[in-house]
Design a protein around this ligand. Structure first.
Ligand code: SAM
Ligand code: SF4
Length: 266
C-alpha cells in the first residue's frame, strides 16, 4: 500500500515486549519502566494474525524487536510461526545480544536468518556504564555463536553521539570488518525533542523514504516513531488499524512525548 506521499509502506517492525534485561542510559530509566500489564500484551496468535494481514496488504519485510525480544517467553515459537508465513521476503530481529549465545541456534533453526545486534563499544567498562547491567562478553560470545550457526547478514547497531568518526564507533567498525559483520551507526535520538538523524549504513531516519509501520507489544500500530498517533488493532480491527496508520503516516516525524524506544521498538 502507498501512503499519501507516495511511499510504498511494506515494512512492519513488531515489538514483542516492552521488558528488557538491560537499562541503556539513552533508552530506559535506571529503575525500569511502568510495564504494560500482561493481559494487554498481544498473544502470539494475535501477532501472527496481524502479520498475515499486513502481508496480505503488501508488506514484505518484518522485524522483531522490543524491549528485548529474547526475554519474551516462547520467542522461538513465535519466530517459527512468523517464518512460516508466505510472502515475507525479509525477516529479521534486533536484539541486545545478551541472550544470543543460547538462543542463536534455536532461532536459526526456527527460520530466522538475519539479525541485528546492538553494540556501541568494545570497552567492557563503557559497555557496563551504557547498559547499566550488561557484560560485553555475553554479547561477543553471542555474536560468535550467531556467526557459527550461519546468520547472514549480522549487523551491528552502534549508537553514536554524532558520527562514526568517534573512537568507540571506529573500534566497532574494525571488529565488524574483521568478523564479516556490517556496522550501522545510529545518531543518539531524543523522542521528546524530536531529535533524530539518518542512520549511517542503514535506512532509518530518512523520512522521504520511510516504508515502516510499528506494532507495539500491546497492539497499537504506529505510523511514525516521532509521532504520538497510533491505531489499536483490538479497538479498530487489524486491517482498519493498518489502513489508518498508512493513511495518517506523516511526511516527516516531529516529536513523541508519550512513547519511548523500549515500547515502540526503536
Ligand atoms: N533491545 C533490543 C536492542 O537493544 O537491540 C531491541 C530494541 S532497541 C529499542 C532497538 C534499537 O534502538 C537499538 O539498536 C538501540 O540501540 C536503539 N536505541 C534505543 N534508544 C535510542 C536512542 N535514544 N537513540 C538512538 N537509538 C536508540
Ligand atoms: Fe533494552 Fe534495547 Fe533499550 Fe537497551 S536499547 S534498554 S537493550 S530495549
Amino acid at each position: 500500500m502507498f501512503d499519501q506521499f507516495n511511499r510504498r509502506i511494506n515494512y512492519l517492525r513488531i515489538s514483542v515486549t516492552d521488558r528488557c534485561n538491560l537499562r541503556c542510559v539513552y533508552c530506559m530509566p535506571e529503575d525500569g519502566i511502568e510495564q504494560i500489564p500482561h493481559n494487554q500484551i498481544l498473544t502470539f496468535e494475535e501477532i501472527v494474525e496481524i502479520t498475515k494481514l499486513a502481508v496480505k496488504n503488501g508488506f514484505e519485510k518484518v522485524r522483531i524487536t522490543g524491549g528485548e525480544p529474547l526475554v519474551r517467553k516462547g520467542i522461538v515459537d513465535l519466530v517459527k510461526m512468523i517464518a512460516s508465513i508466505d510472502g515475507i521476503m525479509d525477516f529479521g530481529m534486533t536484539t541486545n545480544g545478551v541472550l544470543l549465545k543460547p538462543f542463536a541456534k534455536p532461532l536459526f533453526d526456527a527460520g530466522l536468518k538475519r539479525i541485528n545486534v546492538s553494540l556501541d563499544t568494545l570497552d567492557p567498562g563503557k559497555y557496563k556504564a551504557t547498559t547499566r547491567i550488561g557484560n560485553l562478553s555475553d554479547v561477543l560470545e553471542g555474536l560468535e555463536e550467531a556467526k557459527r550457526v550461519g546468520f547472514k547478514p549480522i549487523k551491528l547497531n552502534c549508537v553514536v553521539e554524532q558520527s562514526s568518526a568517534e573512537p568507540d564507533a571506529q573500534a566497532v567498525k574494525s571488529y565488524a570488518d574483521e568478523n564479516g559483520f556490517i556496522a550501522r551507526f545510529i545518531p543518539k535520538m531524543n523522542l521528546d525533542d524530536g531529535i533524530f538523524g539518518v542512520v549511517e549504513g542503514g535506512e532509518g531516519g530518512n523520512c522521504a523514504t520511510c516504508n515502516r509501520l510499528r506494532l507495539t507489544a500491546n497492539g497499537v500500530i504506529k505510523p511514525c516513531l516521532f509521532s504520538e498517533s497510533g491505531y489499536n488493532v483490538r479497538d479498530l480491527g487489524i486491517e482498519k488499524a493498518i489502513e489508518m496508520a498508512i493513511k495518517n503516516k506523516p511526511a516527516c516525524g516531529v516529536a513523541n512525548r508519550t512513547g519511548e524506544f523500549y515500547n515502540i521498538g526503536g
